[in-house]
Design a protein around this ligand. Structure first.
Ligand code: SF4
Length: 266
């Protein structure tokens, strides 16, 4: 019993450590990206400075004011994002920050990460972690019908012959993959469950169900693009586990799915 407790504590500490490492990575990349943007805006102002001055002195200053406003926006959004991550609540009028992080910072952070030899998956994973915390920090609660559990097709056992894309209830619950457990959770919590074979089907499912919160399971790439595609709809992402490599017989920690539903349930 004591040994089990020690093991769970170690696992818990490991998870927490990896979460804070992801957050540190996000904050580091965010700061690097903001600095690069500021340098870009200063160059943008300095280069035409001499030429514009010859044309009319007011042009240089109007351009300067525009650049200063852009720099102020970058500083405000990155500072508010960092405070949001650290305090776990929206600050500095930052309710729209998730959109800024998704639309502006994520693509730039992937480029900056590549410059520093950090692979895309790590950047995406840190982004998903931060996105989740921002979704949770909004503090909203939902009824079961307002939520949607959206699963990737690769969770289904590759040898299973039952077709689940159009009706997940075709699953015979043999227990060979995570789908049977997910069906149990969906029934217990009364939260709709769907499987998507790709981005187009996922979009169709979202349009049909009209959820107010999506709890999605997928790999880093699909989760990050799903979060981007569905913005401003909040998506809470859970990474799948891939013991057989990508896209084949993946699985998901059912306890985590259950915990996430409970976190948002009214
Ligand atoms: S649990 Fe369902 S989906 Fe998974 S292998 Fe069994 S029948 Fe197929």
């Amino acid at each position: 019993m004591k040994e089990n407790l020690a093991t769970y504590t170690r696992i818990d500490e490991g998870i927490r450590e990896s979460f804070s490492a992801r957050k540190r990575l996000f904050i580091g990349l965010l700061s690097g990206t903001s600095c690069l943007l500021i340098v870009f805006f200063i160059i943008f102002w300095l280069v035409p400075y001499i030429g514009l001055q010859q044309f009319h002195p007011a042009f240089t200053w109007s351009l300067g004011i525009f650049v200063l406003l852009c720099i102020a926006l970058v500083v405000w959004s990155s500072l508010a994002l960092v405070l949001n991550i650290l305090l776990k609540k929206p600050v500095l009028f930052s309710r729209k920050l998730r959109g800024i992080a998704i639309k502006l910072f994520l693509p730039l952070m992937i480029v900056v990460g590549r410059m520093f030899g950090i692979n895309k998956e790590r950047v995406r994973s840190s982004f998903i972690q931060v996105n989740n915390e921002m979704v949770a920090a909004e503090g909203r609660r939902y009824s079961p019908a307002e939520m949607l559990l959206l699963m990737p097709h690769c969770l289904q056992n590759s040898l299973c012959r039952h077709r689940l894309t159009y009706n997940i209830k075709n699953c015979k619950r043999c227990g060979e993959c995570s789908i049977s457990g997910l069906l149990g959770i969906s029934e217990e919590k009364r939260v709709p469950l769907a499987i998507a074979t790709g981005g187009t089907i996922a979009r169709r499912i979202v349009v049909k169900n009209r959820p107010r919160l999506i709890i999605a399971v997928a790999c880093e790439r699909d989760l990050a693009s799903g979060i981007q595609d569905t913005y401003p709809l909040p998506v809470y992402g859970i990474l799948n586990e891939r013991p057989h490599g990508p896209c084949l017989d993946t699985c998901v920690a059912l306890a985590k799915v259950r915990q996430t539903i409970d976190r948002f349930l009214q």
